[in-house]
Design a protein around this ligand. Structure first.
Ligand code: BMA
Length: 828
């Protein structure tokens, strides 16, 4: 097959021609206007508000291309276009070729009769998304409501585009339009339309061979004969096939006798076998990870389980929710995705949920998840809204679902399909659906089971279609937001209902797919959107970069619950991150202790799409917040934790998420705030693989004696195994009640040959949440947010990200950029 790639330079203009700028494809309208200096940075200050008028513009993309006479001899010439966002009409040489209404479909349109030898012009007219959505709303027989966020474009649920472009409680309202991929193909014999690679494991998780069934659909304009070859694992298998006009289904089976299995991060390696299929002069490739994956969804004495089993091994899912990496799609690169996903893997995550208000991610994203062992919980792109069930809408979604399932089903990382985010629960949000639940529930079911579920059952039957997140299981239409017994749970009582962190301990989710707590991004990030005169939590720009109404007040109020109020903006920002980390640590440690009742903890949310106060652990640009450093510890394969129960007893727990039994030594120490160790207890602990175990229960008097108060001490727990030590700590009352000494922290820095810096930290009094920040210098510490004790120096390493435009980083400029914060430093 011959192809002409039409990516590259295009022209973009609005309908009246008042804007006419060069544009990139792949790319988006706003990025093109920004590059041409026609608009100001949408992320700075309150600029976003001034850009809302753009949403009423229609956009016209145009470019020229050449077609040779030889091309026109081919039987079929087609235009392939992907990620055309959203309501558009495509013209070639002034004649209308097609109309599209879905950004999530790859289209192929026959175009031969539109083309001329020599110069041709392609023009794509995109209707203003806001106007298109309004027009759809007018056509509806009854209103279909959707969630409202502070800055919101209306009726986004009527358009098949990234739902959060219309504004979210962490995202700007930038209704971008654009194109992701576009090319022409020409063939006389045929082209590959779809591929599916099924795996049969002789012994799941065992050493037996794996048989692959390669199914290929080939479209041939008029039929003919071809070779059909499959290459994998050094083998080639070729047959001769006859193609009839139209779609042809071809199959080959091929055996891999000594398979190397693909495992989620932390459980083993991620070997990927390149597979190449060639037929009818066309070629396509995949990288196949050999593994079985099941979702166990069983009634048991606790309710209904939700557990991922890979190669026969139950996996505790550790991870977070993923949102689009940038509000301006053009800015997302493979490198920026790699950076975010590497950070996820470094924090021992093994699963990400591609959340339904975003987009089906790019091939780069799934390639990287395959490589890093990050399982993907894949939502269909429907979120926090009701959706129409008109014939046209359902047909549009049917094509989308079929395309996306076919596109992603061979991915090793793909773990499950989920119908939507919170749509079931949202039936209870709107007056319309509260007063006529039947009508909206029927619509919901037509779309969800009738279209999405049906597509999965037909095209990817081995994977579970999970109806919604959260959900109590197939055929359960109840609102299970507060039900911790069944399926997956979104537990939001701590953030959205303002309950204390301890409320996490009151639930026993089977799988917690959302729970979150907000913080501010670092000063480095704040500097990219606010002048220093705005560096105040209730200044207009700081409020603008907070999309959850009441969010800044909640962060502030909670600080008064646990901490002495921090002085100054810098301390406030730092403490907001510590607070967020503590909230999520409380939840995750608890969920891991609940194993095997609970088998997954995906916090809300991994990343940000612009610089903003949010629930993310990685701020926009990828810098780690305190939470991400804490996640690296609370998601680590070995975890030791302590918890104070309501009756005052103190429990010590360990979770072994490795595949081997671990012999460990545990040391529990009680210290006063001057740093004196009042008590030391040591005991061995055998930790069975894949289990969580309670190692000890202490009555308060056993640790405190009879006259020590809870505000006079803190507890450290060290667990030593396989030559390494992990540490955790427990306060027995709120931090604000404890009289902390002012520690003097000293720091030495040594530059290493490999460009990293080794830092050694020492203190003269206990210091808590000691957090290093390298400011503008991109990179991460291998450990951070530390507890420091006298005579127990800690060494950490800073690894700069050379790939991110770093010039010369010396000891001197590293030291100058470095700041150190700790809890006692936040007040005088
Ligand atoms: C959820 C998500 C998002 C939202 C987040 C924070 O439940 O599904 O829609 O952004 O909470 O409120």
């Amino acid at each position: 097959m011959k192809t002409i790639d039409l990516k590259g330079k295009w022209h973009l203009r609005n309908r009246d021609g008042s804007w006419d700028v060069p544009a990139q494809v792949p790319g988006d309208t706003h990025s093109a206007l920004l590059a041409a200096k026609k608009i100001s940075d949408p992320y700075w200050g309150e600029n976003e508000l001034r850009l809302q008028a753009l949403h009423h513009e229609d956009w016209i993309y145009e470019r020229e291309f050449d077609i040779s006479l030889e091309w026109l001899d081919e039987e079929s010439i087609f235009l392939e276009i992907e990620g055309l966002d959203t309501v558009a009409e495509i013209f070639i040489n002034g004649k209308s070729l097609a109309r599209t209404t879905n950004a999530f479909i790859r289209h192929r349109f026959e175009a031969k009769t539109f083309l001329l030898p020599g110069k041709n012009v392609i023009r794509i007219e995109i209707t203003s998304p806001e106007k298109a959505a309004e027009a759809e709303a007018k056509r509806l027989p009854y209103p279909i409501p959707h969630g409202q966020f502070p800055i919101q474009s209306q009726h986004r649920n009527l358009l098949r585009k990234t739902q959060c472009h219309s504004g979210w409680d962490w995202g700007p309202c930038l209704m971008v339009s654009g194109i992701e991929g576009i090319r022409l193909g020409a063939t006389s014999l045929g082209r590959i339309e779809s591929l599916q690679v099924l795996q049969e494991h002789a012994r799941p998780g065992g050493r037996g061979p794996v048989t692959l069934t390669v199914r290929c659909e080939v479209f041939s304009p008029k039929g003919g004969e071809s070779e059909f070859s499959v290459d994998i694992d050094g083998k080639n298998q070729t047959t001769r096939v006859k193609l009839g006009p139209g779609l042809n289904a071809l199959t080959q089976r091929i055996e891999i006798s000594k398979p190397r299995l693909w495992w989620p991060n932390g459980h083993g390696e991620q070997p990927l076998y390149p597979l190449i299929v060639r037929v009818a002069g066309d070629e396509t490739s995949r990288r196949i990870g050999l593994r079985t994956i099941e979702v166990v969804n069983r009634e048991d004495k606790h309710g209904l389980s939700l557990e991922f089993v890979v190669n026969g091994r139950a996996i505790f899912a550790k991870g977070a929710n993923w949102i689009p990496a940038d509000a301006l799609p053009q800015r997302v690169t493979r490198a920026s995705l790699d950076d975010l996903l590497s950070s996820a893997a470094d924090a021992h995550m093994n699963m990400l949920r591609v959340w339904g208000g975003g987009r089906y991610e790019s091939d780069d994203f799934y390639d990287l998840c395959d490589e890093k062992g990050l399982l993907v919980w894949q939502d269909f792109m429907f979120s926090c809204a009701l959706y129409p069930a008109t014939t046209a809408f359902l047909e549009n979604v049917r094509q989308e679902a079929r395309w996306q399932v076919q596109r992603l089903r061979d991915r090793a990382c793909l773990a499950l399909w989920c119908g939507n985010n919170e749509n079931l629960g949202s039936l209870k949000w709107y007056p319309e659906s509260k007063s006529n639940r039947d009508r909206y529930l029927v619509d919901y079911d037509r779309l969800n089971e009738g279209v999405l579920g049906a597509a999965v059952r037909e095209l990817d039957p081995s994977r579970l279609f999970w109806p919604s997140s959260p959900c109590g299981g197939t055929n359960d239409y109840s609102d299970c937001w507060h039900d911790d017994r069944r399926g997956d749970m979104h537990f939001w009582s701590v953030w959205h209902e303002g309950k204390p962190f301890e409320a996490y301990l009151d639930v026993k989710p089977r799988f917690c797919s959302e729970f979150g707590y907000q913080s501010f991004p670092s000063l480095t990030s704040i500097r990219t959107y606010a002048e220093t005169d705005q560096w105040n939590v209730s200044a207009p720009v700081m409020e603008h970069h907070q999309r959850n109404p009441g969010g800044n007040a909640r962060i502030t109020e909670n600080m008064t619950r646990y901490f002495r109020f921090p002085e100054g903006f810098e301390n406030f920002v730092y403490l907001s991150q510590v607070q967020q980390g503590l909230a999520i640590r409380t939840a995750v440690e608890h969920f891991r202790r609940l194993r095997p009742i609970c088998m997954g903890a995906l916090y809300w949310q991994l990343n940000d799409m612009w610089p903003v106060a949010s629930w993310s652990s990685l701020e926009y640009g990828g810098k780690w917040k305190a939470l991400h450093y804490m996640a690296k510890r609370f998601f680590a394969p070995l975890l030791v934790s302590a918890v104070r129960k309501k009756d005052g007893t103190i429990e010590i727990w360990a979770d072994n998420d490795t595949v081997k039994t671990v012999a460990s030594k545990v040391r529990v120490r009680v210290h006063d705030f001057a740093g004196k160790t009042l008590l030391t207890l040591r005991f061995p602990a055998r930790l069975r693989a894949g289990t969580s175990s309670r190692l000890r229960i202490f009555r308060p008097s056993e640790l405190l004696g009879t006259d020590t108060k809870t505000d006079a001490i803190f507890v450290t727990i060290d667990l030593t195994a396989n030559g390494t030590q992990i540490q955790n700590e427990l306060f027995l009352t709120e931090y604000k009640r404890c009289t902390l000494l002012h520690p003097k922290i000293s720091l030495t820095i040594r530059g290493e040959k490999d460009g990293s810096f080794v830092l050694c930290l020492q203190t003269d009094a206990p210091a808590f949440f000691v957090t290093l920040d390298a400011g503008e210098i991109r990179g991460e510490f291998d450990d951070n947010v530390l507890t420091l004790l006298q005579r127990e120096p800690k060494t950490v390493r800073f690894i700069p990200k050379q790939a991110y435009g770093l010039k010369k980083l010396t000891n001197g400029n590293f030291r100058r950029a470095l700041t150190v914060h700790h809890l006692r430093g936040t007040y005088t």
